[in-house]
Design a protein around this ligand. Structure first.
Ligand code: HEM
Length: 404
């Protein structure tokens, strides 16, 4: 394979189960031009730790692709959510969201969700009692994040059948700029915003104690979000809030089942769950690629100059296994020290939901490891979801002797 074709191979579903040898190949050239990928025109790909870190912290690199050369491919419902905006607009909208996500009178809002996360997790695992074979994705790793993000935002769980399809479509087509997936992404995005628009109206009339009500009704030092920004933000939170966490829990269980000694140790030493989740975020991360960067001016990284306006892809999953940064990067080491992975990105766009995602994954893995007696994989590797960016099993069938 020519070096310029590696990204295409990573996009190929045939390589979804184990893209890591391809990421290793990619790292041989820290910054390289790749054919295909997110756009038919190709993209620069940055694949080594130091270079990815530099790009993530460089204010000359934009997250707003409308400022690059791909404007035509990007027509869609305005405005962008803050993940796709630069300072100062990004900072203002992120601050506004943060303010209401963790209300000022409840500084440790996410920490206070622990009992609720435990309750939901316990109920999902209780539901497995008496069964010896089940799909962990459908039964736990998808249901938990959806239940939580719905409760936080104030989106009725019963509407899941409606928004589940749009969220899945958006996750599958995210970061793909060719016409067909882009059209699918836009249609799902519009449908999601219309649906959420209806909820905003409802919460304006009858507010309750949820993020949607607070964002729709309350101001603050930065004012209140206008309606289009509010809908873009809610869509972002609803999609980002569950598609990724699902993959973290599933990738975590899959990795533990492939490393029985790590699983047994976690059962004996529950505190190890914190390091275990961090190591999954490094070793088998739910977000593998970021495809939404473009330089506002020519930018030199190492000995390569990336021209203004081109598409830049950051191979986070390659950076988090860079041997120049991590010792024995291909080994799963739950008590690894010095684990500054790129699982949640870095810099101004560092994941907004990281504290919540960490808690959900820690609680879910703890419960599963304690209550599943002799769990083993039915199919290895499991079938994967289609998207190369948000990567994780579509199903994860597990067999157990008993659910305690
Ligand atoms: C941003 C990963 C869970 C909301 C990001 C970014 C990554 C990421 C890599 C950086 C994007 C960039 O630099 O362009 C993950 C993973 C998760 C997770 C692996 C779960 C395991 C969540 C949750 C929420 C959330 C639960 C919502 C409650 C966001 C938002 C941004 C973001 C709003 C944009 C931040 C900004 O632009 O300032 N996430 N995320 N994420 N994430 Fe997450």
């Amino acid at each position: 394979m020519r070096h310029e074709e590696i990204l295409q191979a990573i996009y190929d579903p045939a390589n979804r189960a184990n893209p890591y040898p391809l990421f290793a190949e990619l790292r041989r050239v820290p910054v390289s031009w790749q054919e295909g990928g997110p756009s038919s025109e190709g993209t620069f790909v940055v694949s080594t730790y130091r270079e990815i870190d530099a790009i993530l912290h460089d204010p000359r690199i934009s997250s707003d692709l409308r400022k690059g050369e791909h404007t035509a491919a990007l027509s869609g419902p305005p405005p962008n959510a803050f993940i796709q905006l630069d300072a100062p607009e990004h900072d203002r909208l992120r601050r506004l969201t943060m303010r209401h996500f963790g209300p000022p009178d409840r500084p440790n809002y996410v920490g206070q969700l622990v009992p609720q996360i435990q309750r939901v997790t316990r109920a999902l695992v209780d539901d497995l009692e008496g069964e010896r074979r089940f799909d962990l994705v459908a039964r736990v790793s998808y249901s938990l994040p959806v239940a939580l993000i719905c409760a936080i935002l104030g989106v009725p769980r019963d509407d899941q059948a409606k928004f589940h399809v749009w969220a899945d479509t958006m996750a599958r087509t995210a970061g793909r700029l060719t016409p067909e997936p882009r059209a699918e992404f836009n249609a799902a995005n519009v449908a999601m915003r219309e649906y959420l628009g209806g909820l905003v109206e409802l919460r304006r009339r009858t507010p309750s104690d949820d993020l949607l009500s607070r964002m729709a009704n309350e101001g603050g030092p930065d004012g209140r979000m206008n309606e289009p920004d509010l809908l873009a933000t809610m869509t972002l939170l609803l999609v980002a809030g569950h598609e990724t966490t699902t993959n973290l829990i599933a990738n975590g269980m899959l990795t533990l089942l492939r490393h029985p000694e790590a699983l047994a140790r976690l059962r004996r030493e529950p505190k190890l769950v914190v390091g275990t989740v961090e190591e999954v975020l490094r070793y088998d991360p739910p977000v593998q690629l970021l495809t939404n960067r473009t330089p506002l001016t020519d930018v030199t990284v190492g000995d390569v100059t990336i021209p203004k306006g081109v598409l830049v892809t950051l191979a986070l999953a390659a950076g988090s296994r860079d041997p120049a940064r991590f010792r024995e990067p291909d080994r799963f080491v739950p008590d690894r020290e010095d684990n500054a992975h790129f699982g949640f990105g870095s810099g101004t766009h560092y994941c907004f939901g990281a504290p919540l995602a960490r808690l959900e994954a820690q609680i879910a893995l703890t419960e599963l490891v304690q209550r599943l007696d002799r769990p083993r994989l039915v199919v290895d590797p499991p079938p994967y979801r289609e998207g190369p960016l948000l990567r994780g099993p579509r199903e994860l069938f597990i067999e157990v002797d008993e659910v305690r």
